[in-house]
Structures are given as C-alpha cells and as structure tokens.
Design a protein around this ligand. Structure first.
Ligand code: NAD
Length: 565
C-alpha cells in the first residue's frame, strides 16, 4: 500500500505527459496536495472539512501513472477519487471526467456516506478539492472580499437613509465597524483579510491554535488575542481609530458568541465559517480541541448530537446579535440547517449570503473565475493581471481587487489568480491568455477554471439557490446541464459532485477546467467553454424570472427559446 509523502506539482515547460491537457491535470492534482495548498495533505484532504483530491494513495498513484500515458483521444474516468477506466474518445473530449460523492436521493445523507466511505467505496470531493482546481485561500478571498464590500454598501445606504446623506454617509467601506465570525480553515481563513481589505475590524474565533498561526504566517490575520476581553479591547480601539485590524481568538464559537452577546459587545456584522456542514468537523462546546478527533471517531453519533446542540447555541447567539441590530448572514456552511435539526426554531431568521449579496452578480454570469500558471512563475500571473486591466479599463472594482491582490495575496502552490468575471468577459480573458501563451509572453500554459459555487453550475437550496424567485431552489437539472454543456464545449476536465459546501443531501454541483496551451484548438475550446459555462448561469436566472438576467441575455445575445418566436 502506497502511503503519505510530500507532493508538489512540477513547474516549467518540461512535460512528463503526452500533451498539455494531461500534464495540466497531472500538475493540478498534485498542486491540490502541495502542503502549501492542502489543509491536511497526509490524509489527502485539501479543504472544507474532509474534501479530498484522491480516494487513497494507491488511487493517487494510479491517476498520475494514467495521466502520464493518456493519449489525446483518450479520457480517464474518475469515480470518487479513484481512476476506474480509460476510454477512447476524441480530441475535443475532456481528458478526465470526474464524478465525486454522488448518492441516490433517499441514500444521500452523512450516515450512509460514511458507511460507504468506510468500505472504501467513495470519497468526499467538496467542490474544488476532488476536481483539482483549488488554489488555496485566495480562491475564496475575492468572493469574501466582494461579499463584505456588498455588506459595506448596504450599511452605507442604510446610513444614508437614516442621516439623509450627512457627512461620510456615502462612504462604502467597513471602517468603524466590528465583524464577528469564526473558523480560520481553508476557506474561513480568507475572512480576516477580506474584512481588513474593506477597512474594517474582524474578530475571528477559532478552536485550533495551528490554524491561527498559519493565517498569521500567511498574512491573512494580523494578531492573536490572549482572551475574550483582550480581543474586544483591541477591536474597539481599532474601530474607534477607524483602523483596519484582524484579531484571532482561540476558543469555541458556541461558547464565545453567547458570552459576547450576554456582555452586550458592540458587534456590527456577524457570520460564520466553521465546518458546520459536517457535524463531525464542528467542535462541540465543552470538548477540548485535543480530544476532538478521537471523540468524533470513537462515538460519531454522540459527537454529532453534541455538535448540533452547540450549533443551535451558536446560531441562537447570531439571531440575538441580529435582534440587537447587527447585520447577520449565513456564509454557506449550513449552520442554520444543523441548528434547526437540533430543534432551534429561529435558525432561518437570518439570510444566506447569496440571496443577500451575490445573486445580482450571478444574473450577469459573474462568478469565481480563476487560473493558475503551470510555469510556477509569479511573473506569468503579473502579466495576466496587466492583460485584464488592459482588457477591462472601465472596471474599477476589478482594478482595485487586482492591486490589493498583487500586494497582499500570498501564493500557495502554483501561482494563481481569481477574479469574478461575467458572461463575455471570461471568454475575452481566456482568448487573450491563450494568445499570450502562443506568443511566448507567458513562460508556460495556464489552466482556467472556477469554483463549483458559480452562477449556473449548482443546486444548493441553503446557499447558491436559496430563495430563488420562482421557488426552483432544489431543482438539480441545472448543474447536470452545465456539466454536459462543458463536456460538449471542449473543457479539459469536467466534474459533477454532490454535497459540497453545505454537506450530504443538500447540493449538487459541477466544475470545469480548460487548458490554454497557446494552440488554435485550445483557443477554440476556450472561446466555447468560457462563453457557454457562464451562459448557463444567465439562462438559469432568466428561467427563474430575474429581470437583471433577462437584460444581460438580451444585450449580450444569449439565446432563450421560450423568449423567441
Ligand atoms: P475547514 O475545515 O478548513 O475549517 C473549519 C475551521 O473551523 C477549522 O479550522 C476548525 O478548527 C474550526 N472550528 C470547528 N468547530 C469550531 C468551533 N466550534 N469554534 C471555533 N472554530 C471551530 O473548512 P473551510 O474550508 O474553512 O470551510 C468552512 C465552511 O465554509 C465549510 O462548512 C465549507 O463547506 C463552507 N464553505 C463556504 C464557502 C463560501 O463560499 N461561503 C465556500 C466553500 C466552503
């Protein structure tokens, strides 16, 4: 049996596979498990609780071996992190097709999933863990930055109506506010930097001391507080000076939030990114962090009950802060659903972040578009940043993001960049990048992909499709259509997963990654994939009755049969 070992993607132009598409999959699979990138690489866990890149080390080795010999007219099939077949296809077909964690409806729960996982039959793929396009905490940073920018805009507009536009009322930053949240893991670790990039103060509760140290080391978190009182003193001082500051506090959110609420702490914004989607990854109140792993393994049912009860107390405190006037939202980890399971009746009193802030972006086909430089050279990303500024000179928020990202983002693994681009923009970027590879302006090819959390690729009633206008939250045809469309359009690898973000039984979602190797063929594939993929988001939102999406479809020429004739 093969076992854990340090993994790092090769860099540069020397290939060990037969073509760049196979080489790209090979490198991105390894990159997901680079210790700089993955949260727990020895366990093949990339992020998001137990989101894995491969089922076991033998499967990992078999995938590398297969990708090295795979021809340009062959496709490797991956079933929950394990390569199960190689079929003859054609050069426009994806080189890899991935299905992760899918279960038939009535069986789609954690208990059954764990039973099958124990038998070695499946793996939790999260979103970009099992589909090999996780780029470290930066991947979520821009989405989190955009979300907090939207919160700032909402608070500014509330201030404007309250003061009829008094001095400073029009400012749209988080300066002078305190955000309280928890979780400094792979995704949650982006929160403190996203808040300080927006000028605010962030107080983040985390029960694992190593996560606090890691975020400080990577420049995502500024300081660590010694106690709850110390944390509040630091937060209030910075807030009063309108200084951006992020503070990590070692503790259990289910204990700290109720305490802060009882003390009347002056909190303006509350959210959470603990791994609440998986009750075995949420530390119950009264349990020492050091005992967590053994307890979860030895007594999973008991642990789950206690974790859910703690989540109910945690969510009750969040509702309490909302009652006291704070802006409160669920950040996509299903904590409201878990608290409801524990019997807390007001769990859904605050909204999810998508209906609250993100849906208008989805209507434009905007979502977390990202790319990585297979050269390993940060200069390649700097060149793509410049190309985007040149392509979209009128887009000020993009320019602000690229400047801040250039200054503050610490690369993990292969250098990469994320930008929320919309319908039309992604295709323009992809074609330009492919030209830059062809001309030699970039040292090696790029991979262009995205999170599964995108406009047309996911059905997730507690998150991306919460409160759809037509009530179609749980309709899962859309991610299936999205995956098939990307296969038909020429993506290099396509994935269809279940349970990412919010957990088993609660989501179905698809991903695509396409390689820009500078060839004419790659340019053609990129044009189709990067048009059709966000296009499926526009049509999904037109179908649900969003006028913003109808306007985008009409203006940019997305065909909708039911609107024709
Ligand atoms: P992670 O497992 O890497 O990190 C979770 C962190 O929460 C860990 O560091 C853990 O120590 C901490 N934690 C657990 N219980 C705690 C408690 N009671 N008090 C304080 N800290 C506690 O997970 P992640 O990748 O950071 O993801 C966090 C959550 O966000 C997951 O549920 C994930 O599915 C969800 N998610 C959200 C988005 C989004 O866009 N909003 C995207 C992906 C994932």
């Amino acid at each position: 049996m093969a076992g854990p070992r340090p993994v790092r993607a090769p860099r540069g132009t020397g290939m060990t596979a037969r073509g760049w598409q196979q080489e790209a999959a090979l490198r991105m699979l390894q990159n997901n498990l680079d210790p700089e990138v993955a949260e727990h690489p020895d366990k093949l866990v990339v992020y998001g609780g137990t989101g894995k890149a491969a089922r076991d080390w033998n499967s990992f080795d078999a995938m590398l071996r297969t990708l090295r010999t795979l021809r340009d007219d062959e496709t490797m099939l991956v079933q929950s992190g394990r390569p199960v077949g190689v079929m003859t296809t054609h050069e426009w077909a994806p080189r890899v097709l991935i299905a992760n964690s899918n279960l038939v409806g009535d069986w789609a729960n954690w208990e059954e999933f764990r039973r099958l996982e124990q038998l070695g039959l499946t793996m939790y793929g999260q979103m970009t863990a099992g589909s090999w396009i996780y780029i470290g905490t930066q991947g979520i940073l821009q989405g989190t930055y955009e979300t907090f920018a939207a919160v700032a805009a909402k608070l500014a507009s509330q201030r404007r109506s309250a003061t009829s536009g008094g001095p400073g009322a029009g400012e749209s930053t988080l300066a002078g506010t305190i955000t309280l949240t928890a979780g400094l893991g792979g995704m949650g670790g982006a929160q403190p930097l996203a808040v300080t990039m927006n000028g605010g103060v962030a107080l983040v509760v985390e029960c694992d001391p190593s996560r606090i140290e890691r975020r400080i080391e990577h420049g995502y978190l500024d300081v660590r507080a010694e106690s709850v009182a110390d944390a509040m003193r630091l937060a209030v001082e910075a807030r009063d000076a309108r200084r951006a500051l992020s503070i990590g506090l070692l503790g259990n959110a289910a204990e700290v939030l109720p305490q802060l609420l009882a003390e009347g702490a002056p909190i303006d914004i509350v959210t959470d990114q603990t791994s609440a989607h998986d009750p075995l990854a949420y530390l119950p109140a009264g349990v020492d962090f050091a005992d967590m792993a053994a307890y979860a393994e030895d007594k999973p049912a008991d642990f789950t009950t206690r974790a859910r009860e703690s989540m109910a107390r945690h969510v009750e405190a969040m509702v309490g802060f909302q009652d006291a006037g704070a802006e409160v939202f669920d950040y996509g980890n299903s904590i409201r659903g878990e608290a409801q399971l524990a019997g807390y009746a007001r769990a859904f009193d605050f909204p999810g972040f998508v209906p609250a802030y993100i849906r208008p972006l989805f209507c434009e086909g905007k979502g977390p578009f990202r790319w990585a430089a297979l050269s390993g050279d940060p200069q390649d990303i700097a060149a793509t940043d410049r190309a985007l500024l040149d392509l979209f000179p009128e887009n000020e928020s993009l320019a602000r993001w690229l400047r801040l990202a250039g200054e503050r983002v610490h690369y993990q693994g292969l250098p990469a960049r994320i930008c929320w681009l919309g319908y039309g923009e992604r295709a323009a970027a992809g074609e330009r990048f492919n030209d830059m590879v062809a001309s030699g302006e970039l040292a090696a090819p790029l991979v262009l992909g995205r999170d599964h959390l995108d406009c047309g690729s996911v059905a997730s009633p507690y998150r991306e499709t919460e409160s759809m206008r037509d009530g179609s939250d749980a309709i899962a045809d859309w991610p299936m259509l999205n995956a098939m469309l990307n296969v038909a359009s020429g993506a290099s690898w396509v994935s269809l997963h279940h349970g990412g973000g919010v957990g088993m039984g609660r989501s179905l979602h698809a991903g695509q990654v396409t390689v820009a190797d500078g060839t004419t063929l790659a340019g053609e594939k990129l044009r189709r994939v990067l048009t059709n993929d966000p296009g499926s988001g526009v049509i999904r939102h037109v179908d649900a009755g969003y006028e913003e999406a109808e306007a985008v479809a009409a203006e940019r020429g997305v065909r909708i049969p039911m609107r024709e004739g």
